[in-house]
Design a protein. Sequence first.
Length: 124
Amino acid sequence: MTDISRIDEQAARLRQAREMRGFATAKAAAERFGFNYNTYSQHERGHVGITRAAKDYARAYKVREAWLLTGEGEPDDIGPDALRAAFLRVSEADQDVQSSVIAYINFVLRPLEKSGATATKPTS
């Protein structure tokens, strides 16, 4: 892959990340996150690479930095903060919702327990 096509692909993923978070324009996102608009717009248009700014962009848009740079994996960053927020919401829900969520989690994790796999030890 040439540097130009890599930069174009990064620019496309950066636009996708912005749009996934509901920002209609590069200017709106740059203003919201305090990015220099001229630099940010050059990144989105693929005029320059995003390598040095990728970490900031990934954090702002809540996507994985590796996905932003390479396209590998899924864009969504499901990290400890996202899990904490989800569990907090569940803890504040009524008991029927809590029971349903626990039953679903147990259902999803059961195949992992049988295979001996864990979240950090994939089966493949």
